[in-house]
Design a protein around this ligand. Structure first.
Ligand code: GTP
Ligand code: MG
Length: 695
């Protein structure tokens, strides 16, 4: 077991192709954790070992590695840089204290650089910036640094400066301990050195006061305060390297040794205000969480666990939030890319994996405390999927469920109306890579086509009505009568206040479905519907919520009060009341000004400056709204827009043709909005719902 003060957990993140995987491989070779030479270029990388990664030459999944450096135990997680796989970064950030944000010296800040910078900040991690590919020709280094400080703030300070740039880059010069001769420096290190000391002493008023009176802090003070400054985010150190030429890489590790946070420096706080809990790594009780799941080709499920406090031992029987009974852990595994080795015990700060634990899922808490689920971006791009070979339906569904298990940004649903299996991912590329995986891992080929967009149905007005379901066909009949009031329930409504406002005087019980924001209350007085039929009524409503009324899309944001009814001693049954509930829902919904809602997404489109006008006009043609733009480095501009999802399902192709392949974008769900009525009519007539038969 490692002492947690001596552990450094790091995520390598940044835009695609900046050299993150090369850095991770470089760390392993430099520290002797692996033998031989390993490179992404010839397919021998320790981290990019999946066949799809080797084929495309980019990372697709987060990969764990570990090594020793200067008596410290490093766990480094390499993450993909393409925004399509950003979910992998979100998971990895739960497991670490530090983010190394890697930038390509030539391209500067790119769209995913900003995103991971923000995510690392939100996760409370210590951040460092690594400028890689310093060997690149035609670098304007001072401009690059100015740009980083403009975008990420003046707290970004060089911890070393390059000696020579481009092909002449031959080493780095520390700005903390300036050598006497700095003649080769690509930028004057003296003012940077002063700025660095200032940002370090800033975290301690007393030390700062003395410093401005002329007294330098001791080396020991600096070592202590520099970690504090990184933790507080008042210092974001920048280091420079050329991993390909192995220049400056050792200094990256030394920088982490100097200013990286250990698990002791960043006890995690989960929850808010009164409920907030700080998990100190000193504590004896086991608190751990699964942050990633991987299914390897031999259908071995690996669950990666970060331990926050306490100990996990081989064969331990532990409580897990996703299982009713205690789970017996098998062997604990240390993971090095594709390889694993067994350990008997893992303590606070450590990262281990366990194999074949079916009841563990990403975000599962292990031990005494239930930690909040890791939040993953919501996938927005769907494809209806079917096997090429008929008869492979079950095989396909089980193969796709494996993908759901390992990728929280991949969702699978059956469209209740078309019965199609619909997979939803972050982008077309994401879904293509998943199809390649199905081909390789499960020997399955699929056909895809655009699915229905996840529209929703809701109402805009209040309405009320009743429905009597009566059937007499020999023997026992069916009878149930339900009277309801229906009203819109805006998102974010406080249910209790709403109930008071709506005068649900005789409310006995309420049922709330947060996913659909659907509330129904039982206000029956005098037993006009006996209580034992209420669950059946709830089921009837739930079917409508799932299947909708006007076009077969799920309904949301509404409330129903069941206030009166009739029953029959002999003929009433659960089935009769369920049917009555479904029918009354439909009839009243149609009276309550039903509308379709559509998803509006937020796009951040990064394009060369000369294409900004094209993006503006293209967006207005798609009923999009441009909310602003930012200039970033390298002659690129980010345009922020909100646009209906139906307009941008194949935006990757459009953007590529507008910008000649130079543009990139991220897309996130923003909100649901009313659909323009002409489009709504089109969708409704396409859906062509048949009038269902009464049961
Ligand atoms: N010239 C130069 N090339 C480098 C350097 N570091 C990495 N590369 C090359 O850059 C390319 C991309 O490197 P990767 O390590 O795969 O980049 P990545 O950031 O992991 O990319 P993603 O996984 O797609 O996010 C490879 O061809 C590397 O050999 C460097 O310091 N200088
Ligand atoms: Mg990579």
């Amino acid at each position: 077991m490692q002492k947690f003060e001596m552990i450094r957990n790091i995520v390598l993140c940044g835009h695609g192709g900046v050299g993150k995987t090369t850095i991770a491989d470089g760390f392993l070779m430099l520290t002797g954790a692996v033998n031989g030479k390993h490179s992404v270029d010839d397919g021998s990388s320790i981290c990019d070992f999946d066949p799809e990664e080797k084929k495309h030459k980019y990372s697709i999944e987060a990969k764990a590695t570990n090594f020793k450096f200067n008596d410290l135990s490093f766990n480094v997680i390499d993450t993909p840089g393409y925004p399509d796989f950003i979910g992998q970064v979100a998971g990895a950030m739960r497991a670490v204290e530090n983010a190394l944000i890697v930038i390509n010296a030539h391209s500067g800040i790119q769209v995913n650089t900003r995103r991971v910078f923000r995510m690392a900040g939100e996760a409370g991690l210590g951040r460092m910036i690594v400028i890689n590919k310093m060997d690149d020709e035609n670098l304007d280094f001072p401009k690059l640094i100015g740009n980083i400080q403009d975008v990420f703030g003046p707290q970004c300070v060089l911890l070393n400066v390059p000696s020579g740039t481009g092909p002449n880059f031959n080493g780095v010069i520390s700005t903390l301990k300036l050598p006497a001769d700095v003649s080769g420096a690509a930028i004057d290190p003296h003012p940077i050195s002063d700025r660095l000391i200032e940002s370090i002493v800033e975290v301690d008023d007393a030390v700062m006061e003395k410093y401005f009176e002329g007294q330098m802090p001791s080396e020991e003070q600096i070592h202590h305060l520099i970690v504090e400054a990184v933790k507080a985010g008042t210092l974001i150190p920048i280091v420079c390297c050329s991993t390909k030429n192995q220049i400056g890489l050792r200094e990256v590790l030394e920088a982490v040794d100097l200013c990286g946070l250990s698990p002791a420096d960043l006890p995690r706080t989960f929850g808010q205000n009164g409920d907030a809990k700080t998990i100190s790594p000193d504590s004896d009780s086991l608190v751990a969480q699964v942050f990633r799941t991987r299914i390897d080709p031999f259908v071995q499920k690996l669950s990666f666990i970060r331990i926050f406090s306490g100990q996990l031992k081989r064969d331990d029987s532990v409580h897990a939030s996703s299982a009713r009974k205690n789970l017996k852990m098998g062997a604990l595994l240390k993971v090095q890319g594709e390889q694993t080795s067994q350990v008997d015990v893992a303590g606070p700060g450590e990262i281990v994996a366990v194999a074949k634990m079916e009841d563990l899922h990403t975000s599962t808490s292990i031990g005494e405390l239930e930690l909040p689920a890791i939040s993953f971006p919501k996938p927005m791009v769907g494809l209806a999927v079917a096997p090429k070979t008929r008869g492979d339906e079950t095989k396909l569904s089980s193969a796709l469920h494996k993908v759901v298990e390992e990728d929280p940004t991949f969702h699978l649903e059956r469209d209740p109306q078309t019965k199609e299996l619909v997979m939803t991912g972050m982008s077309e590329l994401h879904l293509t890579v998943i199809q390649e995986r199905l081909h390789r891992r499960d020997k399955l080929d699929v056909e895809t086509k655009p699915p229905r967009i996840a529209f929703r149905e809701t109402i805009l007005a209040k309405a009320e009505g009743s429905y009597r379901h009566r059937k007499q066909s020999g023997g026992r009949g069916q009878f149930g009568e339900v009277h309801i009031r229906m009203m819109p329930l805006p998102q974010g409504t406080d249910i209790v206040k709403f109930a008071i406002k709506e005068n649900f005087h005789s409310m006995k019980e309420y049922h709330y479905d947060p996913k659909a924001n659907f509330l129904w209350v039982d206000s029956i007085v005098g037993g006009t519907i006996p209580g034992n039929f209420m669950p059946a009524i709830g089921k009837g409503f739930a079917e409508r919520i799932t299947n909708g009324v006007i076009a077969g899309y799920p309904a949301q944001d509404l409330c129903i009060e069941v206030h009166f009814g009739k029953y029959h001693d002999v003929d009433s049954s659960e089935a009769a009341f369920k049917t009555a509930a479904r029918q009354v829902f439909k009839q009243v919904f149609l009276l309550a000004k039903p509308v379709l809602l559509e998803p509006i997404v937020k796009l951040e489109v990064t394009v060369p400056e000369k294409n900004v006008g094209d993006i503006f006009s293209d967006m207005s043609g798609r009923s999009g709204r441009v909310s602003g733009s930012d200039t970033v480095g390298g002659g690129m501009t980010i345009v922020h827009c909100e646009v209906p999802l139906r307009e941008v399902t194949t935006y990757a192709r459009t953007l590529s043709s507008i910008t000649g392949g130079m543009g990139s974008f991220t897309m996130d769900f923003h909100h649901y909005d009313n659909m323009p009525s002409n489009i709504q009519q089109e969708v409704i007539s396409k859906a062509n719902l048949k009038d269902e038969e009464e049961e």
